[in-house]
Design a binder for this molecule. Structure first.
Ligand SMILES: [Zn+2]
Length: 492
């Protein structure tokens, strides 16, 4: 108890002592100017139909990128590219889904037996080819042929001309070095390629989320279905979908079979193979002559999943993180007390398509890697009552100014975790920076108070809690100011 109080008092003293009183007053003035009202307005803008769900590569995303760059400019946050531009481009093919299409269970005579409903039962494939395919359904588990691992979902089934019913992910669920051997089979793109190679006509993917991180293959039509539909398709086979799936994972043994049912999938899409997308990069030059050569990167993905069948607004994922860092950028730029180190803001494109934007960032860095203190990522930070800073326990020096600011001014629950080695494929922009050797923190929200509609049409602004977004921006403003001015932070 004593120790707790003494460290509390020490924390307050440290924070107060960090700035002279007049400076603290000026900082608090900017701090209080951050308002949930403005953050919600910005999230409403980015979630609106004019940006079409911000699918990376599409004109809607490009318009959102222009809007963000304009806001940075208004706030006097300078362009982050050497050529004086806010935009860092990279190739990004994309597919427009023109309407919801259809998924229909067929009777023996090929007449429709049941029309599934969008969006309750299925989502069209975000990278489906256009057209109609039909055929017998074959359940192929995870759709993996891994001879070196003694595992082949296709071993005892002929899938030529058939519609496959397939799981996402891997039958191996551990996170250890064995996962490394499975990693390449976890990619959607591998599964698509393998199914096409074997002559499948198309597939039903058991994962009802919109997902542009798949590949467009000529003539290959697919749709996403939920587990309820998968269970229904198993009716009459003498097996249960959930048990079959669980048994494959438990035994790491394939369990593929013909369902004796027919299905028809229709999709209406247009593919744009030669499109490009961009990161939006802004910069606030450090105020300290020495420390300004070192930078802190603040990132959030701006893209979402587009309009596959209807608008998917992407408010929480990741309109929230985008407007949080935009508000922090505005505050840091307006602050009378300037950050000593340089702050770089990156609104990533292509996250949902396969982490294209963050990969571009580490391949063509706008700041020398050896001069970057850390990268702080925000993804889905706008629903709840508290904060989580992942990796914070592994980097106490980076964590400290955020914990101090929360303790003194925000009083939110704040949890942090140690860096967890991930043996699987990277899933976030932060993971791309981790892999490239940067120190990273990820700020998210905890204590969810609204339902989370992940990659779903209902991920709109009703799914947000603006007060936690305001506090996330305030936490970033104070924490980054503290981090930028701390001379004792070691780089890398
Ligand atoms: Zn996201």
């Amino acid at each position: 108890m004593y120790q707790k109080y003494s460290s509390l008092i020490l924390l307050c003293l440290l924070f107060l002592n960090a700035y002279p009183q007049d400076q603290e007053k000026a900082i608090l003035k900017t701090f209080h100017s951050i308002s949930s009202h403005d953050l919600l307005n910005d999230a409403t803008e980015l979630s609106s139909a004019k940006y079409g769900g911000r699918l990376s590569g599409s004109p809607g995303y490009q318009a959102a990128a222009l809007w963000v760059a304009d806001r940075l400019k208004q706030a006097s946050v300078k362009p982050g590219l050497n050529d004086g531009s806010y935009f860092q481009y990279f190739p990004n093919a994309y597919t427009d889904v023109l309407n919801p299409g259809s998924v229909t269970l067929l009777a023996g005579n090929n007449n429709p037996r049941k029309e599934y409903k969008f969006p309750d039962d299925y989502f069209p494939g975000s990278n489906s080819a256009s057209g109609t395919v039909s055929g017998e359904i074959v359940y192929v588990g995870f759709g993996i042929s891994a001879p070196e691992l003694g595992y082949d979902d296709y071993k005892n089934v002929d899938v030529k001309g058939k519609i496959l019913l397939m799981e996402t992910g891997l039958p191996y669920i551990g996170n250890d070095s064995t996962l490394l051997k499975w990693e390449k089979y976890s990619y959607h793109r591998y599964k698509f390629q393998r199914a096409k190679e074997l002559g499948a006509a198309g597939f039903l993917y058991v994962s009802k989320i919109a997902n542009p991180n798949t590949s467009y293959l000529e003539g290959f039509v697919y749709a996403h279905i939920g587990e309820t539909v998968a269970e229904e398709l198993f009716d009459g086979t003498g097996r249960k979908y959930s048990e079959t799936n669980a048994a494959i994972k438990k035994n790491i043994q394939p369990n593929s079979f013909v369902l004796n049912k027919k299905v028809q999938i229709s999709a209406s899409t247009k593919h744009f193979p030669d499109s490009r997308s961009c990161n939006v990069v802004g910069i606030i030059e450090g105020s300290d002559p020495k420390l300004k050569s070192e930078a802190i990167i603040l990132g959030a993905h701006l893209d979402a999943v587009g309009s596959p069948g209807c608008l998917f607004p992407g408010a929480l994922d990741n309109g929230s993180g985008s407007v949080d860092i935009l508000a922090a950028a505005q505050a840091l730029a307006a602050s009378a007390v300037k950050p000593a180190r340089t702050i770089i803001f990156i609104f990533f494109g292509g996250e949902e398509c396969g982490l294209y934007g963050s990969s571009k960032s580490v391949q063509s860095p706008v700041w020398p890697k050896e001069k970057v203190v850390c990268m702080i990522n925000l993804d889905m930070a706008g629903n709840g009552t508290g904060f989580r800073i992942s990796n914070g326990k592994s980097h106490p020096d980076l964590m400290r100014p955020f914990a101090d600011a929360n303790e003194k001014y925000l009083h939110r629950d704040l949890i942090s975790s140690e860096t967890r080695v991930n043996f699987g494929r990277p899933r976030t922009d932060a993971a791309v920076f981790d892999k490239a050797g940067y120190r990273t923190l990820s700020l998210g929200t905890t204590g969810t108070v609204k339902p989370v509609y992940y990659h779903h049409p209902l991920d709109n602004t009703d799914a947000l809690t603006p007060e936690i977004m305001e506090d996330a921006a305030k936490l970033l403003y104070l924490g980054i100011l503290g981090l930028a001015g701390n001379k004792n932070i070691s780089i890398q």
